[in-house]
Write a protein that binds this ligand. Structure first.
Ligand code: ADP
Length: 795
């Protein structure tokens, strides 16, 4: 059905379809795309070149048709100058697709570059906005709030413990307490009292550190090396009497002598401490505790031989004498606090534990509780741990006005360091390197919280395909879904934008601490998702148009060669017709001339000549009848008149009519009717059926060798009637069974003209049979003869 439509019409439909597809594409591109003009350019080029190629193709078809018309008008076709080639048509059909593909691919690439450029611009803006947020007031305010609250808490503790002048403020009315409360309410997830003290100080030997960093294995005190031989002897004598011979009197005498030698202050403190212990040895616990608490040495920061502070040891001894929950006497508690505050040591936690044991449960006295001392100690102790780790993790060379991350057992901390200058010479024993640094210790949870708050306030959104990283204190924090995490492997990702900033406004010391924000491309799939979609769409369009172009190319090529073949057949037809006409006319003229001139006197001979004349003219009229019929069929003007006819009689007549022809070629023509009554009043166009039968018989005679046999048969059943013609001629190869029914088709070489004919006989047969609603079949093979059957249905 499709192939009955002329090829240019098919092409026109295909191009119209393509144009509609592209029009739709342009509409969608206009709606969804800012790169509209880029997208539509290839489409416009494609559609224009498609129509151009169509226009050229049609022009060529027209031109060829005109040539053919001219050729048909002429009797003989002069050979054409050169055969037209399909090459240019092919190029014109394929060119638009090639142009579309190239421009499409180029615009896709351009698309990708634009997407990257957009991402970079957005990345740079995001980095800048993040940097502004991190370095802005919200971040700084958060850190200041924490530092102030932490400071207030420590001021309260130390004030209550009597260590600073801020002592004595009432808990509820105090501004510091209000500050602490407010912070705690604002940060419900964080426990301020569990945080290490934030304001710390450090020098390279740790001696002037704040909080004090004490050695885990205390070194022997200096005074031990400053003793004279005499003093050393007396000291050993005392220890021997006290601990070996257990002679208190001798020990007391030795101490008194030792003190009389005016030993160094540390030695003296130890001697007096021993004396105190000896004196209180036999006393009742309460009396002994009172004496120990009253002693001025219970506040001493001098060290014993083992490197422990004397004051803490006095307090410890006193506490050991007291039973559980007896309550810590005020004096003893105060001495204990001072002793710990002035020289923290490995004994301090033991001393506090002892105080906790002795402390009366639930006492609501005015004096600061042991619990407060413990909280203060713990907070300092946590800071000590971090400071020790800091010294281990960051070399002295790196110590400067900078931020440092410290990995500690209590978590990760950000330390803001500031150089504070040199410690005055008098305060430092050996003047070696008295540089002093201030440190603000910030737990990571606090930093995270501040960052989150700052970013939330600035309302910065990181694009879904990106990850932002904050490089602060030499480490990178990756911002993932509004939360910062320590980043591990961002270095491999492409950078979209970056910005620098600094934490200033004096939140942490006086220093502006620099940081850097970088925005990385984390998920390129998300970034290129739209572009990927477009690639798919374009790919599909290119594929579809390539397919359409290829189909068009094939159809056009087929049509082109068919047309060429048809032209050839037609020109052959014309020469065949002229040839076929010339032969009978020539022989008829010869016969008629001979008769006219009276050359043939013999009456038998004359009769034979007349017979030949009749036969030739019959052949001529048969051929002309065929040509006229064919022309009617081609124009669609052939009409059939159906009426009941005696097909059997018609077949008999036809065979009789064709016998002379057969005889001429020495072929035996026989009729084998088997139609019976069915053939008698069969509704059909009898002349047309006869013409078809004549054509078949004529072919069978033409293609039979001399002495061959042609049989014409009639088989009738209730539903249909079969008229067949069988010969034992050369036969037809199966692959040509279809072609022989095509117009102008003749087997074999036209140059040799082995048989007469013009190639329209079977076309007419087919048309006649199909007009009767039947079909014509052929059963034939080379060398085995042929049998053509017309199957006509009963109306
Ligand atoms: P033509 O005028 O050449 O006979 P036709 O349309 O009648 O044209 O036949 C087409 C071709 O079919 C012939 O050229 C011939 O080669 C082949 N053909 C037709 N009938 C027979 C047959 N009975 N035996 C062999 N070939 C035949």
């Amino acid at each position: 059905m499709l192939f009955n439509i002329p090829c240019e019409k098919r092409l026109r439909w295909a191009y119209l379809l393509l144009s509609v597809i592209f029009f739709l594409e342009i509409v969608t591109a206009r709606i969804s795309d800012p790169l509209f003009y880029w997208k539509t350019a290839p489409t416009v080029i494609f559609v224009t070149s498609t129509w151009l190629s169509y226009f050229f193709f049609c022009r060529q078809v027209r031109r060829r048709e005109l040539e053919e018309k001219k050729a048909n008008e002429a009797v003989a076709v002069p050979p054409g100058p050169r055969k037209p080639s399909f090459l240019w048509q092919g190029i014109l059909i394929l060119l638009p697709v090639v142009v579309l593909t190239v421009v499409g691919l180029y615009s896709l690439r351009q698309d990708r570059l634009l997407a990257e450029q957009d991402a970079k611009e957005l990345g740079a803006t995001t980095a800048l906005r993040l940097a502004q947020a991190v370095g802005g007031t919200e971040m700084v305010q958060q850190l200041i709030d924490y530092r102030n609250a932490n400071f207030a808490l420590h001021a309260n503790w130390t004030g209550d413990l009597g260590l600073t002048i801020r002592r004595g403020v009432s808990k509820d009315g105090d501004a510091a307490s209000q500050q602490i409360k407010a912070w705690q309410q604002a940060n419900p997830g964080l426990d301020l009292s569990a945080m290490p003290v934030s304001d710390c100080g450090l020098n390279i030997r740790g001696e002037f550190s704040r909080p004090q960093i004490y050695p885990f294995s205390p070194p022997p005190p200096d005074w031990l090396f400053e003793l004279s031989p005499e003093q050393r002897r007396l000291w050993q004598e005392e220890e021997k009497a006290e601990f070996v011979s257990n002679d208190p009197d001798a020990a007391e005498a030795a101490i008194t002598n030792f003190i009389a030698t005016k030993p160094p202050i540390g030695a003296r403190a130890n001697a007096e401490f021993h004396l105190l212990l000896l004196k209180t040895r036999g006393l009742a616990p309460a009396q002994a505790v009172a004496q120990l608490a009253e002693s001025s040495w219970s506040r001493s920061d001098q060290l014993t031989e083992a490197g422990l502070p004397v004051g803490q040891l006095v307090c410890y001894r006193a506490l050991r004498l007291l039973p559980d929950h007896a309550g810590v006497p005020d004096k003893l508690f105060n001495n204990m606090v001072w002793a710990i505050a002035y020289r923290a040591s490995i004994l301090s936690p033991r001393l506090i534990a002892e105080a906790e044991r002795v402390a009366a449960p639930g006492t609501a006295d005015a004096r600061p509780s042991v619990a407060e001392l413990k909280a203060w100690w713990d907070s300092d102790e946590k800071a000590r741990v971090v400071l020790r780790d800091f010294e281990e993790q960051h070399s002295l060379a790196a110590w400067t006005n900078a931020l440092f991350w410290v990995e500690s057992s209590g978590g990760r901390f950000l330390l803001a360091q500031e150089y504070r200058g040199r410690i005055p010479k008098g305060q430092y024993p050996d003047n070696s390197d008295p540089n002093c640094y201030g440190l603000v210790m910030l737990p990571q949870a606090i930093v995270d919280k501040a960052l989150d708050a700052a970013i939330a306030k600035a309302d910065v959104l990181v694009p879904p395909y990106a990850v932002a990283a904050l490089e602060i204190g030499g480490k990178e924090l990756a911002l993932r879904r509004d939360h910062f995490l320590m980043a591990t492997n961002l270095a491999a990702l492409p950078v979209l934008g970056e910005a620098a900033g600094s934490l200033s406004d004096r939140p942490l010391n006086q220093v502006a601490y620099p940081f850097r924000v970088r925005v990385f491309l984390a998920d390129s799939q998300i970034l290129y998702a739209r572009q990927h979609q477009r690639t798919l769409l374009f790919g599909a369009i290119i594929l579809a148009s390539t397919l359409a172009a290829l189909i068009g190319l094939m159809a056009a090529r087929r049509a082109f060669y068919r047309q060429q073949e048809l032209n050839e057949l037609k020109s052959n037809f014309v020469s065949s017709v002229s040839h076929e006409l010339r032969a009978p006319i020539a022989s008829m003229r010869l016969l008629a001339e001979s008769l006219e001139r009276g050359k043939i006197a013999d009456s038998v001979k004359q009769k034979e000549y007349f017979g030949l004349l009749v036969q030739e003219s019959r052949r001529l009229s048969m051929m002309i009848e065929n040509i006229l019929d064919f022309s009617r069929i081609e124009r669609g003007g052939k009409n059939y008149e159906f009426e009941p006819s005696d097909v059997g009689a018609m077949a008999e007549d036809t065979v009789r009519l064709m016998r002379p022809c057969a005889a001429e070629r020495q072929v035996e023509l026989a009729l084998r009717p088997n139609g019976g009554a069915a053939a008698q009043s069969f509704v059909c166009d009898a002349p047309a059926v006869q013409q078809a039968l004549i054509n078949l018989i004529d072919n069978a005679i033409k293609h039979s060798p001399a002495g061959g046999r042609v049989a014409v048969g009639l088989d009738g059943v209730a539903a249909e009637l079969s008229l067949w013609v069988e010969d034992n001629g050369q036969g037809i190869p199966p692959e040509e069974h279809g072609k022989i029914f095509e117009r102008f088709y003749r087997r074999g070489s036209e140059l040799r003209r082995e048989t007469q004919g013009i190639g329209i006989g079977l076309t007419i047969v087919k048309h006649i049979v199909e007009s009767h609603g039947g079909r014509v079949t052929v059963r034939s093979a080379p060398g085995q003869g042929s049998r053509f059957t017309m199957e006509l249905p009963r109306k």
